[in-house]
Unconditional design. Structure first.
Ligand SMILES: Nc1ncnc2c1ncn2[C@@H]1O[C@H](COP(=O)(O)OP(=O)(O)OP(=O)(O)O)[C@@H](O)[C@H]1O
Ligand SMILES: [Mg+2]
Length: 328
């Protein structure tokens, strides 16, 4: 088996407040292979962004990685000095966020930012870097790139700006891209184009992509695999078609809007009653148990570990075939 580009092992992230220690990420593990797009879904507060921030070394105090390991193509990166991590960001890991303006300096021409990033990370002459920047702008679909390269961020539409950010994210040919809600702020018609572009990165450059989004439609169109997060854990992970057509975890079933009824037919538009617990009030056992229609005693006391079911892994006691509970 080839080495994954990104590998998370039992990652834990904590935020320390005066009164307590809140665990935002509680033991998540996954791999992303070369050229693979992993989608990460889950409702607000599930820990999607914190996971991405942990990977790029941008968890700010009082937050910290409290346990586990992160490997980038075999190199352990969760414990690197900040200076080393800064070199990896931009060079080996590209980042795309929801608001393109967080990545673009309003005072610089976009070309200058791309050229500077290229030259910081790759030894290239000014002229060669400018040529490369124009090629990149063309690749991400900016019309007349040789003219637009001298424009300022405010001269671009939202969608075009996000294309510039993508050019910036890929300019040093990173192995991995972390894209956190990259299309949320964009018009629906533009979203599809940006998604197509991100998808192409994996195909044409072999880039591994972690794509965070609320949008199952985006996931279905873009991703090879999907991880469903709940309360800082992975409820289910597997090939995107399997998880969409046949979600195993009760929470994933709810998210996909289809819970099979006793007669075997799909009941669409199922709302899961209740809401995700706050970090300070995550119940013992399975964090989903208070909302779960199938919860039984064990779910309230014992944390479910991932169980492999075909290509899917599901953290749910319902799938434990080795059930050998002594009759109480
Ligand atoms: N700096 C911080 N200090 C304290 N808690 C934080 C901090 N950043 C995030 N959290 C908490 O960590 C948990 C996970 O947050 P995260 O931003 O990863 O959620 P998310 O899945 O990205 O949600 P959304 O879909 O709204 O972007 C939340 O409970 C959040 O309140
Ligand atoms: Mg987020």
């Amino acid at each position: 088996m080839t080495q994954p580009v990104l590998s998370l092992r039992n990652l834990q992230v904590e935020f320390k407040t005066r009164r307590e220690r809140l665990r935002a990420i509680d033991g998540i593990s996954f791999d992303i292979a070369k050229g693979e797009v992993l989608g990460v879904v889950g409702e607000s507060g599930a820990g999607k962004s914190v996971t991405g921030s942990a990977v790029v070394g941008l968890i700010d105090p009082p937050g910290r990685i409290a346990g586990g390991e992160i490997h980038l193509s075999g190199l352990r990166i969760d414990n690197l000095p900040p200076e080393e991590m800064r070199k990896i960001r931009g060079k080996r890991i590209g980042m795309i966020f929801q608001d393109p303006l967080t990545s673009l300096n309003p005072l610089y021409r976009i070309g200058d930012q791309i050229v500077e990033t290229i030259r910081t990370h790759i030894g290239m002459s000014e002229q060669a870097a400018r040529k490369r920047a124009i090629d990149l702008l063309a690749e991400v679909g900016i019309p007349a790139p040789e003219k637009r390269i001298d424009g300022y961020p405010h001269e671009f539409s939202g969608g075009m700006r996000q294309r510039v950010v993508i050019a910036l994210a890929i300019c040093a040919e990173p192995e991995l891209i972390i894209a956190d809600e990259p299309t949320t702020a964009l018009d629906v018609s533009v979203q599809a184009q940006i998604i197509a572009l991100i998808k192409r990165l994996g195909r044409d450059h072999g880039t591994a992509v972690m794509l965070v989004t609320h949008d199952m439609g985006v996931i279905a169109e873009t991703c090879d695999r999907v991880a469903v997060m709940y309360s800082g854990r992975i409820a289910e992970i597997g090939p995107v078609q399997d998880v969409i057509r046949n979600p195993l975890h009760p929470y994933a079933k709810g998210l996909m809007g289809a819970i099979p009824t006793l007669t075997g037919e799909d009941l669409r538009l199922v709302q899961i009653p209740g809401s995700m617990p706050r970090l300070s009030a995550i119940p013992p056992g399975c964090p989903f148990n208070p909302r779960c229609a199938f919860a039984f005693e064990r779910c309230r006391v014992e944390r479910p570990e991932p169980i492999q079911r075909g290509a899917q892994a599901v953290a749910c006691h319902l799938y434990d075939s080795s059930l050998k509970e002594s009759a109480a």
